[in-house]
Design a binder for this molecule. Structure first.
Ligand code: MF3
Ligand code: CO
Ligand code: CO
Length: 293
């Protein structure tokens, strides 16, 4: 097994899938309010992917070995949920922080991204966790260039998060993405500089750190005596957890973020220089509209 290198035509397919995935998150933004249930959010995203974008929600029915088929079109991970939260009937409350993770398949290509949303007003501590996690993801992204190694990415993320007093979840990682949802390489969010695989132009993978306010340990979320849903992961100490995710291409000179759209949160100042992106005017025209023609 080895890391797929995408051709120019394959990269074009990934650009469209990535932009569509980002546009789903844009579309959801005004709906992320107190009183809305995550099942309603899931339904909105599902219908947008299928009926507006002509795509397929990659998570629906997804079941790698050892997992039951995932029952929804996105993951909604609330407060102490680390990842893979399943949408349900509970309404969002003022002060919640929630990660929404969307993966769209378009013409066979997967675009995978997630963002944190703050419901109403939350604590300074929760806001800081969301912000530092966003910056930690970007600390990893800016390391991406030919000749760099995966360990450089992991180290940059870990150093930044731990310096801020947080911990990095070890059990889940970023991943190669393309014709398959999860392919090689594994992209750890911790590590040592100069170690692991060397990056080569045409590689595409996600960077998606899960950062805990407390200890890094996690557990399966077993609610009372109900059977485990097979997916939901929470912090062991029930501290808050945050996550952001982009799909990133290794270019000849650095990186290109593929999961971008008109509503993408702008990169932090330290990343602005290398952020060689589609002009704003082009992004204003939703890819969904292009795809539908
Ligand atoms: N989108 C997640 C990721 O970033 C994977 C979710 S798999 C699911 O890799 F089945 F839980 F949806
Ligand atoms: Co991913
Ligand atoms: Co994802």
């Amino acid at each position: 097994m080895s890391i797929p290198i995408k051709s120019a035509a394959q990269i074009e397919g990934m650009r469209l899938a990535g932009r569509l995935a980002s546009e789903v998150l844009d579309m959801l933004t005004p709906h992320m309010r107190a009183g809305v249930t995550t099942l309603e959010i899931d339904r909105l995203a599902h219908d947008h992917m299928v009926h507006v974008q002509g795509g397929v929600p990659a998570t629906l029915g997804y079941g790698p070995p050892g997992y039951p088929p995932y029952p929804a079109s996105l993951c909604s991970s609330l407060n102490d949920v680390v990842c893979h939260g399943i949408p349900d009937e509970r309404p969002l409350k003022n002060g919640d922080i929630v990660n929404i993770d969307v993966t769209v398949i378009k013409d066979g290509w997967h675009g995978d991204n997630s963002r944190m949303y703050i419901v109403g007003e939350t604590s300074i501590a929760a806001r800081r966790l969301c912000q530092i996690t966003f910056e930690a993801m970007w600390k990893g992204i800016v390391r991406v260039k030919p000749g760099a190694r995966l360990g450089d990415i992991g180290h940059a993320i870990q150093a930044y998060a731990e310096h801020a007093g947080y911990s990095v979840v070890r059990e889940f990682c970023g991943h190669g993405v393309g014709a398959r949802f999860h392919e090689e390489p594994q992209v750890l969010h911790y590590g040592r500089p100069g170690t692991l695989e060397e990056l080569v132009p045409g590689m595409i993978f996600t960077i998606e750190p899960m950062i805990n306010a407390g200890k890094r340990d996690i557990k399966e979320d077993r609610k009372g005596n109900r059977p485990y849903d097979g997916w939901t992961i929470v912090t062991r100490d029930r501290s808050l957890s945050a996550q952001w995710e982009h799909t990133v291409l290794v270019t000849d000179s650095g990186y290109e973020v593929l999961t971008v759209s008109a509503g993408s949160p702008p990169p932090p100042a330290f990343a602005a220089a290398g952020y060689n992106q589609t002009p704003a005017a082009v992004l204003q025209q939703p890819a969904a509209a292009l795809a539908a023609t």
